[in-house]
Ligand binder design. Structure first.
Ligand SMILES: [Zn+2]
Length: 318
């Protein structure tokens, strides 16, 4: 989708973040000072109606954003839950939060509807790129993003750019072996992965196994804050196991900064202290300058990230 003419300011890119519940779209306006969000819309994904219905919702959202854009968009960037083939922009795999999303040719469909270059990437990759360019890791060149929400996603920024890998799947850290998760069945179908203990759904399942009570992650954190032993055990285990894995990943990637995002990051000081102990247990001594920070851009990070990804593809930089 590369263009041959140099892009001149100002221009706009339509950017969309597709989650299992909500679809967030925005018009991102670029000028000499950088990108700003010019207008945004939030709609229900209607995931339960299947993949083709989600494509219809996506097309409707893009039409509405196009009408609001001050300039005709030069590209469309889309971040979505699931694994995305980076070349074709189609969905290789999506879990039960988006039934029927696997196999959907998202980029081809949107390109045909709107006749504009389209780039599609995984939502955590989009989040990481947004934070690396304009948020918590602005100015950093080598970072990892760990998103601990319902699942456990990740992404790698290396030399300032997103690491895609052979297919586009690089950074799926949630599917790393963890001794604390030994024998537990993961959302990917394999066993013993860190997602089983360190994600929000993992914390809820482990607490249920221990107590027989079905509580939300937020309620479990509150109980841990109140000193309940079972809740403290589960939250500490989640933090420690994740920290240990992060230490291993940093040893592999020679990372400068780790950005933590997702709802589990609200689990409090007990979780964070355990994460730091786990990290110290595995991280090589030579990484004493590693910083671990919380994401700062919130829901705007994947919007900026998907726009930047589309821009990089447009310029032929990917
Ligand atoms: Zn897994």
């Amino acid at each position: 989708m590369a263009i041959t003419e140099p892009l001149e300011f100002p221009f706009t890119i339509i950017s969309v973040d597709i989650g299992g519940t909500k679809m967030h779209g925005a018009v991102v306006h670029y000028d000499e000072t950088g990108p700003t969000i010019e207008s945004e819309l939030l709609v229900s994904t209607h995931a339960e109606e299947g993949g083709e219905a989600v494509l219809e919702v996506l097309a409707g959202l893009i039409s509405d954003l196009k009408r609001e854009a001050s300039l005709e968009p030069v590209a469309i960037g889309i971040g979505t839950a699931g694994r995305v083939y980076s070349q074709s922009g189609s969905i290789a795999f999506a879990n039960s939060l988006l039934p029927g999303w696997s196999g959907q040719p998202v980029a081809a469909y949107v390109n045909e509807r709107f006749d504009v270059p389209v780039a599609v990437l995984n939502d955590v990759q989009a989040h990481a790129l947004g934070e690396a360019r304009f948020g918590a890791a602005r100015g950093k060149r080598n970072c990892l993003m760990i998103a601990a929400g319902t699942g456990l996603g990740g992404a790698v920024i290396t030399q300032g750019n997103l690491l895609l890998g052979q297919h586009g799947f690089a950074g799926e850290f949630g599917h790393t072996f963890s001794p604390e998760a030994k024998g537990l069945l993961c959302s990917c179908g394999k066993t013993s992965h860190i997602e089983c203990v360190a994600s929000g759904s993992g914390i809820e399942s482990r607490y249920f196994e221990l107590t027989g009570e079905d509580l939300s992650g937020t309620a479990i954190s509150h109980r841990a804050d109140d000193g309940e032993e079972a809740a403290r055990t589960i939250i500490e285990q989640a933090g420690y196991a994740l920290g240990a894995c992060i230490g291993t990943w940093c040893n592999i990637f020679d990372t400068e900064m780790v950005i933590l995002g997702g709802s589990v990051c609200n689990a409090g000081q007990l979780w964070l202290d355990a994460l730091k102990r786990g990290l110290a247990s595995q991280l090589a001594e030579c990484y004493s300058d590693l910083s671990v920070v919380l994401a700062t851009l919130g829901a705007n990070a994947p919007i900026y990230g998907a726009a930047e990804y589309a821009l990089a593809k447009l310029k032929g930089n990917l």
